[in-house]
Design a protein around this ligand. Structure first.
Ligand code: PHE
Length: 410
């Protein structure tokens, strides 16, 4: 490859002014943790697939997509913030790393799948802490129905079957109306059909959650809460939370698929639902994994704890000491977004960066220049770091802040 090109999964791409993928991100593309059967993400994926056992199970789709796939085909407005280079990774102007599994909705419906699950690695620029990582894994699930009378009768029967099962189960559900003025049915839909599909979605998700998190005692039933949401590609839309250790935790987003998606997929005469869930968030709860970086560990002390089809509680091996380093600098005129700083840190420190926090910021009253101070917490999951090693890394971070962003160190 020439200096103006990169190779991603065997395909060459030109670099341009939009390019913001880093080496550390590129190195994740081939890993596909969700395809390892004895990895917590692979185990969770299998468990969800076994719940939706009569669905098509897809994975291994290329993470490099077009902005049209990731955004336009789903009706994202032209000025949606997710499109910006601040939030998303671009290979060049024409290609990006998918930010969600919904990027494959149109092609999957177009391929003729009427009930399907799709698991994939997704990429988002973000802060650095124990629950955020710029690569994570999502599972998209969807189901479509025809709108003729016989098909609608089938939905009704399916809803009754699912309701009966949930009625007998140890689950408490806080629900909201299937459709409402602020969470409306789509203009092309018969509202009665939209209600039935939303109900089918809710019942399907509630029974999945019961499978994943159920099993509490009668006095400690699983508590699930449905709340109104907004996504450009569904209406009505919902978010689902579960009560976990006294806190409501967001588990997934979902809704009745926008007509535009079906039109783009060439199957206009359908109605259906879709959901998207983050595997790490759920796996951290089910396996008791305290830091999101552990999913990327190749340490046998991590990997050997898990086996295929078994949800077991992670036993932490000793936690190595942390090491804080601060860096203060004058922000360049052109600005410097926290995501840019975090990507820089990750590119140099890799998974040794545990947490990055802005601990101070002020604007000079006379010159109007802005100064910030970031505290980087370094810690390895697998070993003790020496002071020299951390100093070395920190020095590289400082150099790069100067060189790449033209920031003046204080
Ligand atoms: N793609 C959405 C996200 O990543 C989740 C979602 C999927 C919402 C399908 C609705 C339907 O947040």
């Amino acid at each position: 490859v020439s200096p103006n090109e990169i190779s991603l999964l065997g395909q060459k791409y030109n670099l341009d002014g939009t390019t913001n993928v880093t080496q550390s991100i590129i190195s994740k593309l081939p890993l596909r943790l969700h395809n390892q059967p004895a990895h917590p993400l692979g185990i969770l994926r299998s468990k969800i697939e076994s719940h939706f056992h009569d669905f098509s199970h897809l994975s291994s789709l290329n993470p490099v997509v077009t902005p049209a796939q990731n955004f336009d085909s789903l009706g994202f407005p032209a000025d949606h913030p997710g499109r910006s280079v601040i939030d998303s990774y671009y290979v060049n102007e024409d290609y990006m790393l998918r930010t969600h599994t919904s990027a494959h909705e149109v092609e999957t419906f177009a391929a003729g799948h009427s009930k399907w699950l799709l698991t994939a690695d997704v990429y988002r620029r973000d802060e650095i802490d124990s629950s955020h990582y710029p690569v994570f894994h999502q599972m998209e699930g969807a189901r479509v129905f025809k709108t003729d009378e016989a098909a609608i009768e089938q939905v009704k029967a399916d809803n009754e079957r699912l309701s009966r099962h949930l009625d007998q189960s140890n689950i408490v559900i806080e629900d909201i109306p299937h459709i409402s003025a602020t969470n409306p049915a789509q203009p092309t839909h018969d509202p009665a059909h939209s209600e039935l599909i939303a109900l089918n979605l809710k019942l399907s998700i509630n029974s999945l959650l019961l499978k994943l998190f159920g099993g509490g005692s009668r006095d400690a039933p699983l508590q699930v809460r449905w709340i109104e949401a907004y996504f450009p590609f569904t209406s009505p839309s919902f978010e689902v939370e579960i009560l976990y250790q006294g806190k409501w935790l967001e588990i997934l987003g979902c809704g009745v698929v926008q007509q535009l998606t079906f039109d783009n997929a060439g199957i206009p005469d359908n109605i259906g639902w879709a959901f998207g869930l983050g595997l790490e968030r759920i796996a951290m709860i089910l396996f008791g994994i305290p830091d999101i970086r552990l999913f990327w560990s190749t340490d046998p002390r991590f990997l050997s704890q898990f086996s295929e089809n078994e949800i077991t509680t992670f036993k932490p091996y000793s936690k190595y000491p942390a090491c804080f380093k601060d860096v203060s600098f004058w922000v360049p005129e052109t600005g410097l977004h926290e995501n840019d700083f975090c990507d820089l840190v990750r590119d140099i420190a890799g998974d040794l960066a545990e947490d990055v926090k802005m601990i101070d910021s002020f604007t000079h009253p006379k010159t109007n220049r802005k100064s910030v101070c970031y505290r980087i917490n370094y810690r390895s999951m697998d070993r003790s770091l020496s002071n020299e090693e951390v100093n070395d890394i920190q020095e590289k971070v400082v150099e790069r802040v100067k060189d790449k962003f033209g920031a003046e160190i204080r």
